[in-house]
Design a protein around this ligand. Structure first.
Ligand code: SF4
Ligand code: SF4
Length: 218
C-alpha cells in the first residue's frame, strides 16, 4: 500500500491561507490503514480547521480516491463542493490528481506519500519495492536490492556492512517511524543462499524502467 504521513498542521494552514470555505476529502484505503486520512483523521482535521476559523463545507471519506470510475460516482453529486474555496485532500498524490481530473477546484495536499510499503504494525512500515517495472526478485532470493540496499546495488554487498547492518543508517531514509538499525539486504540475501551469488548483473535498461508518467493502456 501507499505509506503516508500527515503534513505538519502549520504547513496545511499555510497552504489554506485565504481559503475560508474548505471541503475535506479522506481515503478509506491506504490513508485509513496508515491512520493519516481515514474517518478519525478527517474528523480531527475538521476540528483543527474550525478552531482556526475555517468554515468546513463538508467531508467525505472516499473508498478509493485513486479510482476514477468510483470517484465519478462518489463526487459528482456533491453540491457542497461548488461552495468551497478549496478541497483539502487527505489521500496520496495519485488520489489528489485523480480528484483533480474531475473537479475544477484548488486542491491542497494534507499528506506526504512516502513509498509503497509493507506494514509490520501501525507506524512501522518498510519500503520493499520501488515499482521499477522490471521485477528481478527471482534472482535475489525474493529480496529487492534495488529498493532495500541504500546504494541500490545489484552486485553487492558494498563492503560497508557491520554485523549485518547497513553502513548507511538510517537507510533508505524514507522509512517511517523506525529508529532501529537497518539490515543490509545483501546480508539477508547471503543468509538465504549461504553462498555469494554467481551471476554478475549488467546495469539495467533505465530507458525502460525510468520512463516518466508510466501508463498502461490496453
Ligand atoms: S525489482 Fe524491486 S523495485 Fe523492481 S518490481 Fe521487483 S521488487 Fe519492485
Ligand atoms: S551495507 Fe549493504 S545495504 Fe547498505 S549500502 Fe552496503 S550493500 Fe547496500
Amino acid at each position: 500500500m501507499i505509506i503516508s504521513e500527515q503534513k505538519p498542521k502549520e504547513e496545511i494552514l499555510e497552504m489554506l491561507k485565504g481559503k475560508k470555505r474548505v471541503f475535506i476529502v479522506g481515503c478509506a484505503a491506504c490513508a485509513t490503514k496508515c491512520q493519516t486520512g481515514g474517518e478519525d483523521e478527517v474528523k480531527e482535521m475538521k476540528k483543527v480547521l474550525q478552531k482556526e476559523g475555517k468554515k468546513i463545507t463538508g467531508t467525505i471519506v472516499l473508498d478509493t480516491p485513486c479510482d476514477e470510475r468510483i470517484m465519478k460516482k462518489d463526487l459528482s453529486f456533491l453540491p457542497a463542493l461548488k461552495n468551497s474555496d478549496s478541497l483539502l485532500i487527505m489521500a496520496c498524490g495519485v488520489g489528489l490528481q485523480t480528484i483533480g481530473k474531475l473537479i475544477d477546484r484548488p486542491l491542497v495536499p494534507a499528506l506526504n506519500p512516502l513509498f509503497a510499503g509493507t506494514t509490520e504494525r501501525i507506524g512501522r512500515y518498510y519500503e520493499y519495492c520501488s515499482l521499477c517495472g522490471d521485477c528481478l526478485l527471482d534472482k535475489f532470493e525474493g529480496l529487492c536490492p534495488l529498493t532495500r540496499c541504500a546504494k541500490g546495488l545489484l552486485n553487492g554487498p558494498c563492503g560497508g556492512a557491520r554485523d549485518g547492518k547497513c553502513e548507511v543508517n538510517p537507510a533508505p531514509a524514507r522509512r517511517s517511524g523506525v529508529n532501529d538499525e537497518i539490515d543490509c539486504v545483501w546480508a539477508l540475501i547471503y543468509e538465504k543462499t549461504k553462498e555469494p551469488l554467481k551471476a554478475y548483473y549488467e546495469p539495467r535498461d533505465y530507458k525502460k524502467i525510468l520512463m516518466p508518467g508510466r501508463r498502461v493502456v490496453r
